[in-house]
Design a protein. Structure first.
Length: 470
């Protein structure tokens, strides 16, 4: 019994299954059988099941193809293979540039595995659901023994998506689920699949006793639930009266995100940076071996409440910026978790212990987020900001001292303590070099094209001369 397979469908199966499970859990076979909508391809794994329905007018005898065949014949373009199934073998026929090709494999018959049941009800979502699951996947810990922190929790009662690794927790609101209980879903790369985003514009979501179910267009997949308990987070968001609240400006967020990885102290035990709220907003990184520090002053941001200096793992601060949580609450009297909020998101993160190291004035480099607009053009001496000495967690001893800045050829160069702050100039130079490299590459391509054209022209002239001699 013959039917026609589209290589594009095989490509979709391969790519999605690679992202759905670990490489060690890839299926051994894929079953093919007729259904009311055409052909159904089904792949079973221990912790995931995938089905793809493709349009087809032919009936096909149920058969099972080895996974190696799926890999071999998968292609991104629409190309077709004839499938001939009988009791003993399966023959695949196709054409390569007009030349017929065939391959015969032993028939494996039909699979005896059953699909997981469909949920009784589902809810429709945009791909914002997958984006939320990708964010949640950054805050998990599969090694926790007390709770099941390796999964993502759908909290049906509160319509929330939660995840935590014990030191940071992300709560995302604004979703509706067709159940009231907690459902734990494993982390998977399938949520980043561009193939799914290309074939559909909405997601059907539901859950059964053992599986979490998703449907995008003609693709259905099930992920086995994670067993165990998930912690509650309500206690962290209570009793926040008296907190100091930092409001991050969007331009300062960009300024900080671009320079956070470059701050000194990245190779330390906790990659600590210090958020200082004292007559301004600053983030400082320390190189304790060299006894130097670099401070990023966020001139457009502000805070409300008591002064505070809090150490934080820079990876967690990066998540604060990436998650779009631009309002951060600090407890000025105790090292309790920071409460970070944004659009339908609440990010809770534990600060580090210890006080900020004391740095001499001449070992501190300061970068201002609005350096080009905040310094008057008629100032001709560099800005120097002294490093206040922290006496407690909540305050610094002294206010910054300000000197002048030089203006050279229309550009202002901040020179704290005689040291030229060159990071912005270096970034600008790097961008210019990239633009120049792009122009050089374009010129090389043009010259190569011209060279090929000249060669063809010389060959044509040589051929014409040969004809003249005949």
């Amino acid at each position: 019994m013959k039917t026609v397979l589209n290589r594009r469908d095989l490509y979709l199966i391969e790519r999605i299954m690679w992202k759905l499970v670990k490489p060690s859990e890839l299926p051994a076979t894929v079953s093919v059988e007729s259904c009311s909508g055409g052909l159904t391809y089904t792949a079973f794994s221990n912790n995931a099941v995938l089905t793809i329905t493709a349009p087809c007018d032919d009936d096909v005898k149920p058969s099972t193809l080895p996974w190696t065949i799926i890999k071999e014949f998968a292609a991104k373009k629409n190309d077709y293979i004839d499938l001939d199934v009988n009791d003993e073998d399966v023959t695949l026929s196709w054409s390569v540039k007009g030349i017929s090709q065939t391959k015969t494999i032993v028939s494996l018959g039909s699979t005896d595995k059953l699909l997981p049941p469909l949920p009784e009800s589902t809810t429709a979502h945009s791909f914002k659901l997958f984006d939320a699951l990708l964010d949640a996947g950054r805050c998990v810990d599969a090694d926790n023994k007390r709770y099941s922190l390796g999964g993502i929790c759908f909290r049906g009662e509160k319509s929330q998506i939660l995840s935590t690794d014990g030191r940071q927790a992300l709560i995302q609101d604004g979703f509706s689920f067709p159940f009231d209980d907690d459902v734990l879903c494993p982390v998977s790369k399938i949520f980043a699949s561009k193939e799914l985003r290309e074939i559909g514009d909405s997601i059907e979501f539901g859950a059964t006793d053992e599986w979490v179910y998703f449907k995008v267009a003609n693709v259905d997949f099930w992920l086995r639930k994670v067993d165990g308990r998930f912690p509650k987070f309500d206690q962290f968001t209570e009793n926040v009266d008296g907190h100091t609240w930092l409001h991050l400006d969007s331009t300062d967020t960009t300024f900080l995100a671009e320079r956070l990885d470059a701050l000194p102290g990245k190779d330390g035990k906790d990659d600590a940076v210090y958020i200082a709220l004292n007559d301004g907003v600053a983030v400082c990184g320390h190189d304790t071996s060299m006894k130097t520090a670099t401070e990023l002053r966020l001139a457009n941001s502000h805070y409300e409440g008591s002064n505070v200096v809090t150490p934080l793992n820079r990876k967690f601060l990066k998540n604060v910026l990436n998650f779009g949580t631009n309002r951060i609450g600090f407890n000025p009297t105790d090292r309790t978790p920071l409460i970070c909020s944004g659009d339908d998101k609440l990010f809770i993160v534990m600060p580090l212990e210890g006080d900020e190291p004391v740095i001499a004035d001449d070992k501190l480099t300061v970068l201002m987020s609005n350096a080009e607009t905040s310094v008057p053009s008629n100032i001709d001496k560099p800005v120097k900001v002294s490093k206040p000495v922290p006496t407690t967690q909540a305050c610094r001893a002294a206010k910054p001292r300000v000197k002048k800045a030089t203006k050279s050829k229309g550009k202002i160069n901040a020179k704290p303590n005689g040291k030229v702050v060159i990071l912005d100039d270096a970034l600008r130079l790097r961008n210019n070099l990239r633009d120049t490299l792009g122009s050089v590459n374009d010129l090389i391509r043009l010259l190569k094209s011209q060279h090929r054209h000249d060669k063809c022209l010389r060959d044509a002239v040589a051929s014409l001369r040969k004809f003249q001699n005949i």
